[in-house]
Design a binder for this molecule. Structure first.
Ligand code: NAP
Length: 282
């Protein structure tokens, strides 16, 4: 029987796919545009659009476990199709914004909560992963840092507990097929709370040079970040960051409990991805 990995081009999904494949577990990858998916050799790649229920049955044929991305439109139909297909366990990539402060009015919290509610109302056995901020969000600073420009951001002293995407993938793979975590909600974080300024400081230390930070006002952030981010997502993020200024965030021990080893640090993520912050040839 096969494990379906949705979002297999994503930061987390591609890591889940690689781990399952390397472990020799039968795996199928899906994408809205399967032709663009660079899956490991021998992996079955199928079309699946989480918003288009007509794509569900074929993608789920013969599947008994699934790693699922959260998409409210079509979630109910997806879970019903998965139950019909005989999926015995699903792992959902949700978000710690569900159940966080102000979740009921937070657009990101509502988005993920809607999917979690559909899942809970379905016949599927499932494990829900609720990671906080990904370490990879630091990619958002990479163009400025590569170009020697100041990093422009609001709420520079806001804290997150960046979680390494490899840790999310490790927990997802451990949870797939583990009856001990079926029905559980696993909130994930990294091992240390760091402000954005401190995260940029880690990158500066590794690069061996200062990285100036230009703190934007909220209004400036709405104007600058609104050029590439949907307004509701931006409003949600600004709300979270405003509330997190000078407030170290809660550290979860889930990664260590599930995988048996400490969560990876932001510094480790930065060391592994330093090339993205370094000018070509530099
Ligand atoms: N960044 C954070 O700090 C953070 C924190 C907590 C939770 N999250 C959640 O984690 C998820 C993002 O994870 P990521 O960074 O791994 O993703 P990502 O790199 O942004 O990739 C998104 C993936 O989702 C797939 N996808 C998007 N819409 C789809 C649709 N309608 N049907 C099928 N597949 C679809 C894409 O697949 P194709 O394009 O190949 O179809 C792609 O593989 C989001 O749900 C986000 O809210 C993020």
């Amino acid at each position: 029987m096969t494990i379906l990995v949705t979002g297999a081009r994503g930061n987390v999904g591609r890591r889940v796919l690689a781990r399952l494949h390397a472990a020799g577990r039968p795996v199928r990858a899906s994408s809205r545009t399967p032709g663009e998916l660079d899956a490991p050799a021998g992996v079955d790649v199928v079309p699946l659009d989480l918003n288009r229920p007509e794509t569900f049955d074929a993608a789920l044929d013969g599947v008994d476990q699934a790693f699922l991305y959260a998409e409210p439109d079509g979630a109910k139909e997806l879970f019903a199709a998965a139950a019909r297909a005989g999926v015995r366990h699903a792992v959902l990539l949700s978000s710690s914004t569900v159940g966080g402060p102000g979740a009921a009015t937070d657009p990101l919290g509502q988005f993920h909560a809607a999917v979690e509610e559909s899942l809970a109302a379905s016949a599927l056995s499932a494990t829900v992963l609720r990671p906080g901020a990904f370490a990879g969000n630091a990619y958002g600073w990479s163009a400025a840092i590569r170009g020697g420009q100041p990093v422009r951001l609001p709420y520079a002293r806001a804290h997150t507990v960046p979680v390494h995407e490899d840790d999310i993938a490790d927990v997802a793979v451990a949870a797939l097929g583990d009856p001990a975590v079926a029905g559980r909600i696993l909130t994930l974080s990294g091992p240390e709370s760091l402000s954005f300024t401190e995260q940029i400081g880690v990158l500066a230390d590794l690069l061996g040079r200062e990285i100036p930070v230009h703190e934007l006002t909220r209004e400036e952030a709405v104007e600058e970040m609104g050029r590439f981010m949907p307004p509701l997502v931006l409003a949600s993020l600004l709300g979270h960051w405003a509330a997190a200024v000078d407030r170290p965030a809660r550290i979860e021990d889930t990664v260590e409990r599930i995988t048996g080893r400490p969560a990876r640090t932001f510094r480790q993520w930065a060391e592994e991805h330093l090339g993205a912050f370094t000018p070509a040839g530099g």
